[in-house]
Write a protein that binds this ligand. Structure first.
Ligand SMILES: [Zn+2]
Length: 127
């Protein structure tokens, strides 16, 4: 559980996120260059790469939502606007729902559950 809701420097979190995704989804120990072909180059299945990219993409959206909620904007906070919508490619195929609050993704970032109509679907738009 992450406990820090305070403002934090942007950017540094991304490295940790990428490292985590690389380790958990691609089996890559670190993204740091180690000047060894054996350590720096990896054979990866395209579906693994697609899944990792999907997860990074979804994580970015979730982080954006957190950032928006955590920042102290004192105007226009209650209106729903375009920035709270996922790209059309990720919309619910059943009802067309694009509101991030209604689309719950699992921890792999691939399976989406639509709360509007109850449909579960998988992101397959890469490639
Ligand atoms: Zn739906």
């Amino acid at each position: 559980m992450t406990a820090d809701n305070d403002d934090k420097p942007a950017g540094t979190d991304h490295d940790a996120l990428f490292e985590t995704i690389a380790r958990e989804m691609l089996g890559i120990e670190t993204l740091a260059t180690r000047n060894s072909d054996r350590l720096d180059f990896h054979d990866l299945a395209v579906w693994s790469i697609a899944a990792a990219l999907n997860r990074a993409f979804v994580a970015g959206y979730q982080q954006a939502v957190i950032d928006r909620g955590g920042s102290g904007d004192d105007h226009a906070s209650s209106e729903s606007d375009e920035s709270n919508l996922v790209p059309p490619a990720f919309a619910c195929p059943q009802c067309g729902e694009r509101d991030m609050d209604q689309l719950i993704c699992d921890e792999n970032g691939e399976d989406i559950a639509c709360r509007s109509c109850g449909t579960n679907y998988i992101i397959t738009q890469l490639g």
